[in-house]
Design a protein around this ligand. Structure first.
Ligand code: SAH
Length: 394
């Protein structure tokens, strides 16, 4: 296994209370047994959790006398909805969640004619400090636990099943790790979340790996680890520049892992899975949208198993940057396609509720705390690799 570097240690806070979704099936069975109940009740609890049932009174397959105790011990409420905001005729819904320690995160559910996708957060805040991203401006508060991440997907699945989103009852089909945080800086919990998302009932949501997208700034050792562990989820790499000079400023972790290394790691993943990865590229007016950069990106990716997803920048408060004008976007697309690189422009949902890519910054707006600018990326100097694996594990 590839050891992950120490740079991602999040500030320690009180751990969330124990939750079934953080435990393996065996651990959950042991926990139930310790409470004096037969082990199979762990499966019953898991079924309720993944179906979004949180009220013990509805867990009628559990003995009435122990429902509350079992649910209290293994299914504590970890995510309290603070508010929902809807856009696109109700088909996009952003939810702000409060965690046990007061930390705030957001998730966004988007319903399309043929699918429903939830964009989930893997950390409260983010330590990657990309200057164009709203979340990146607040710094990292802490890693989410697996149960806190899984809970966002479970809530979305339940909202779909219950018909809370216009269009009638439906099914959650896709999960993207494009909310707050850098998923590969919280590897162990994200890995556990992936198992739960694809796990069969009662211990999972039963999604397919390819309908799950893990988006990363390019944490190279963690991409290698995904490759080694035989995962088949869709990989998205946030490149935003084809050259190190510019990328050093847009994605500060680039000073640690360069464009070439990131592309090589993504190539190896694609080679193993046989599937294309996405290259995310926010088009920022006069910053990274020049025709020469399109050509350079084309040369970098031509012949690779890559697909470019251009995202017109969603401007964030306090940032001097703006989206590229349409003609520049079209030129960029045309040049990439001419180089033989499949390219699409993302249709950004939820802009008017600040629910689009890079706009999630819950803490600032809700608590009324002024946004604290973080001029220096919270990325520490390189730490030698080769230490213990799972440095991101608390
Ligand atoms: N940490 C992960 C997930 C971030 S959000 C990552 O970096 O990939 C998902 C995508 O939105 C990333 O590609 C991110 O760079 C992009 N993004 C962030 N802020 C944005 C903004 N203001 N406009 C458009 N895209 C943005």
């Amino acid at each position: 296994m590839t050891a992950l570097p120490l740079v991602f240690d999040a500030p320690r806070r009180d751990k969330p209370p124990r939750h079934l979704a953080d435990l393996t099936r065996e651990e959950a069975r042991a926990a139930v047994t310790e409470l004096g109940q037969p082990a199979f009740r762990a499966d019953q609890l898991a079924r309720h959790f993944y179906r979004g049932v949180s009220d013990p009174a509805q867990m009628t397959d559990l003995p009435a006398a122990t429902r509350a105790e079992l649910a209290g011990a293994l299914l504590p409420g970890l995510l309290t909805p603070v508010r929902h905001q809807s856009a696109d005729g109700g088909r996009t819904r952003k939810t702000l969640w409060r965690l046990h320690d007061g930390a705030l995160v957001e998730s966004v559910l988007m319903r399309y004619p043929d699918r429903a996708t939830v964009c989930i957060s893997s950390q409260a805040g983010c330590g990657m400090a990309c200057p164009f991203c709203a979340t990146g401006q607040s710094g990292l508060t802490r890693n989410l636990s697996a149960a806190e991440i899984i809970g966002q997907a479970v809530a979305a699945a339940a909202a779909m099943a219950d018909g809370e989103i216009p269009g009638g009852p439906g099914r959650l089909s896709n999960v993207v790790f494009m909310g707050m945080g850098e998923p590969l800086a919280n590897y162990a919990r994200v890995r556990k979340t992936l198992d739960a998302l694809v796990g069969a009932a009662p211990h999972g949501l039963g999604l397919s790996q390819r309908s799950i997208t893990v988006s990363t700034v390019g944490v190279v050792p963690a991409i290698r680890r995904l490759t080694e562990e035989g995962l088949n989820v869709t990989l998205a790499v946030s490149l935003h520049a084809p050259d190190d000079e510019l990328r050093d400023t847009l994605v500060p972790i680039n000073t640690r892992w360069k464009v070439g290394e990131v592309v090589a790691a993504a190539d190896a993943y694609a080679e193993r899975t046989g599937r294309r990865y996405s290259v995310e590229y926010a088009l920022i007016r006069d910053v990274n949208d020049q025709p020469e950069r399109a050509d350079r990106l084309g040369r970098l990716l031509a012949g690779h198993r890559a697909h470019v997803n251009l995202i017109p920048l969603n401007p964030t408060p306090g940032s001097p940057w703006d989206a590229s004008p349409l003609p520049a976007q079209r030129e960029f697309v045309a040049r990439l396609r001419a180089a033989g690189v499949p390219t699409t422009v993302r249709d950004t949902r939820g802009q008017d509720i600040d629910g689009a890519c890079g706009q999630l910054a819950a803490a600032d707006r809700v608590e009324g705390v002024p946004s604290v600018a973080v001029p220096v990326p919270s990325v520490e100097p390189p730490v030698p690799l080769g230490g213990e694996a799972d440095q991101d594990e608390a």
